[in-house]
Design a protein around this ligand. Sequence first.
Ligand code: BG6
Length: 475
Amino acid sequence: MKVFPDNFLWGGSIAMHQCEGAYLEDGKGLGIMDLVTKGSVNTPRMMHQTLQADTIYPSHEAIDFYHTYKEDIALFAKMGFKALRISIDWSRIYPNGDDKEPNKLGLVHYEKVIDTLLEYGIEPIVTLFHFEMPVAVVKNYHSWISRETVDMFVRFVETVGLHLKNKVKYWVTFNEMNHMDPMSELSDFFTYMNTGYTFKQLEDPKNELAIMGYHMTLASMKAVEVLHHIDEQNQVGCVFGLTAFYPKTCNPKDNLEAQKMQYRDYYQIDAMCNGAFPTYKIKEYKANGIQLEITDEDHKVFANNRLDFIGLNYYASEVVASSIDENEASFFGGLKNPYLKESDWGWQIDPDGLRFLLDNLSRRYELPIIITENGIGAVDVLENDGSIHDPYRIAYLEAHLKAIQEAIEEDYVDCFGYLMWGPIDLVSATTGEMKKRYGFIYVDKNDDGTGTGKRYEKDSFAWYQKVIESNGGIL
Ligand code: BG6
């Protein structure tokens, strides 16, 4: 029986704006995701400037995790979780970003969540930026365009780091900052989630995106510095959302295109692991008339702070070609792969893509890697007897876990954990739907806000329990 490495961190990953609800409760400020409407696979979510009447904003209620965390964590513990990745919503700690004092109620709340995890022996993994930014930081400081935002973020990190010292060891600075630079209409939304601006709202997009990308990277490195200073035992990583890109044909031009797409995602990882903001990126910016302000102090920050680990979010792969007919394009703008099936939301299912990326990252950076997100969004049916049969989810997860096992055993990748995305149904980030369900735990909540909120165990719940119990031996 093949098993995973000792002390492998089996668990799951959630983000607060997708599950907490408790909108503006206990002193929370307005966050950028509080202004985003519900959409669907065909209707993009809208980002409003101010709240509008008769509109559903899914983050306001979500699954009410703010109040149900004890019961929900008990269910994670029942599955045998060794780790849970949560985020801390910046707008609950500094509602305006520049407040003189942190919001104590926010700090106390997260401490209680973490204490609950620790009582069950579940390792908390805390993300400090998962699309949760106070709207005031965007309105008053132009988001990541200004350096003041970097300073405010670092102060937030320090406040949280000190408050949770000796309780949290694993920290994630940012979630998927690599998606802030748009490639398609959908990615326009990713720009918003990272910066509070849509691509269309930017006055000088090329320039402002470059500056924001640089400042976010710098903020991440400064967060590493602060957290190591608070406790040298802290393990600090950053999470990247990567897609595996394949060339459509063996035409060398297609191959170059695939490589180019892959590299798009790497400049921030290079900066965080190689001791300097990459020269190739500075040259690229210069060639495009973009001049970054990089201070001597910045150089030191990059040189002296390397990530301790890399977090990988993986869902799907894409096919690219040197020229793409838009009608052929799949969900993320690439081409459909005839060898792969896709989810109901058009995401192409490809466990080998995960192995490909693990291998790639491992050889490129020689750092430990943790899978911080992986899963499948699907429509689940709650039967009259309270059961939910989700063999498609088990099949997806099983195939991806096998790919990880192969990467560990055959490619010698140092992968120390698997955090399945959305172990409990929560609001979809890209569509705002509840209908796009990822969980082992079903939440009786519908897109129109109706539902009892009651939790049910899906078939995959018992399956994951056995996977963890056997340390992957049943796969
Ligand atoms: C990742 C995000 O990009 O994808 C999560 O970090 C998100 O926040 C996940 O939920 C899945 O995407 P979606 O749109 O299906 O919720």
